[in-house]
Design a binder for this molecule. Structure first.
Ligand SMILES: Nc1ncnc2c1ncn2[C@@H]1O[C@H](COP(=O)(O)OP(=O)(O)OP(=O)(O)O)[C@@H](O)[C@H]1O
Ligand SMILES: [Mg+2]
Length: 343
């Protein structure tokens, strides 16, 4: 039996932005610099799962999220939805795609029109894709408010009358109004107080199960990502360096950068607590990508080949892939032999 087609597949995607001083450099005859935000990203997202995307600031998470909802056009590679290249959709398919895949933004303050009531905001969202006949809209608004656990009288109030967490619930209700199948949540809760973050994330978890949503959850906070994700993709300098089931990644990272990222978040698991700074050195500039492994300049296990040859993302056991020239990195047998060498 052949494997089911992933709902979304990202295949060798590149995205570059004009670098700093582009105009000045052109005027003075110098070649323009490009920021290599995505550099051959490949991953797939399966229907009904939550895929977490983690990695330090500037590694391309938001750029990838924006490419997934067609806010950005990749410069190379393809993104396929149900096997179809989203850059080549017919207008009617494109409209359907725009409804089926919704993004929820980090900042609920700026993404809600302050002059519209919640009812108007949701009515507008329902109108864009003609989701309901006019007379059914009030009932649908009640349903949406129930879904995000807001009181029904919220409909007649303005965004500024709500707390940050409640505003993010309004943002979720607006995304759900068009009955999407995929939610791309970029730093959904990072602007909220820690005490409110868990409530909003748990709401998303419940909605995901209730509505069989597929969720792409981009976040800095590894604790939240672990809590919510079935699988996690770890990005570094515009590339996916590991993609693994969540628990497997957090217990036995198979890429030195994944390990460094987890070691730098000691609150995750007190047993792993370490005082050492996990990834030494500076993050290379996305203006000048190194020729070999992107993590070579900071990797504690670096060797010659890493500086010249970029490792491909290859299988590391069931459902796991990592891009490292050390195929045994993090494998149980390798950990045991490391322990023997230390003792
Ligand atoms: N519109 C843009 N124009 C120029 N450069 C950009 C643009 N958007 C992103 N970049 C650059 O692309 C790289 C990736 O940025 P991106 O915002 O995707 O990272 P990120 O992983 O989401 O970071 P963070 O965790 O801080 O949100 C960075 O070097 C960033 O400066
Ligand atoms: Mg970002």
């Amino acid at each position: 039996m052949s494997a089911p087609i992933p709902l979304i597949s990202v295949d060798g995607v590149y995205k570059r932005f004009a670098g700093p001083d582009s105009l000045l450099r052109r005027i003075s005859g110098k070649p323009p610099l490009a920021v290599h935000a995505l550099n051959d990203v490949s991953l797939e997202v399966h229907r009904g799962e939550t895929l977490g995307i983690v990695g330090e600031s500037g590694c391309g998470k938001s750029t990838l999220a924006r490419c997934l909802v067609r806010l950005y056009e990749p410069d190379g590679g393809a993104i396929r939805f149900e096997g179809k290249d989203i850059a080549a959709l017919k207008p009617s398919e494109r409209r359907a795609f725009n409804r089926r895949v919704q993004m929820i933004f980090q900042d609920p303050y700026s993404s809600l029109n302050p002059r519209m009531t919640v009812s108007q905001i949701l009515t507008e969202a329902l109108g864009v894709h003609r989701m309901r006949p006019r007379k059914e809209i009030p009932h649908r608004i009640d349903e949406l408010l129930d879904l995000v656990r807001l009181p029904r009288d919220a409909a007649h109030r303005y965004p500024h009358e709500f707390s940050g967490g409640q505003r993010q619930r309004i943002g979720i209700a607006r995304a759900l109004a068009v009955e999407p199948e995929v939610i791309v949540a970029d730093e959904l809760v990072s602007a909220l107080d820690v005490s409110v973050q868990a409530q909003v994330v748990n709401l998303l978890l419940q909605l995901q199960q209730e509505l069989h949503l597929t969720v792409i959850f981009v976040a800095h906070d590894l604790r939240l990502v672990r809590h919510i994700s079935h699988r996690v993709a770890v990005m570094y300098l515009g590339q996916v360096v590991e993609i693994s089931p969540s628990e497997a990644l957090f217990s036995t990272p198979r890429h030195p950068y994944s390990k460094a990222l987890l070691d730098a978040a000691p609150e995750l698991d007190p047993a792993r607590r370490s005082r050492t700074v996990a990834a030494r050195g500076e993050l290379p500039s996305p203006l000048h990508l190194p020729p070999g492994c992107p993590f070579a300049s900071r990797c504690p296990r670096v060797f010659e080949r890493c500086h010249v040859e970029r490792p491909a993302l290859t299988a590391r056991g069931p459902n796991r892939r990592a891009a490292c020239h050390l195929p045994d990195f993090g494998a149980p047998s390798a950990i045991q032999s490391d322990e023997v060498m230390k003792s």
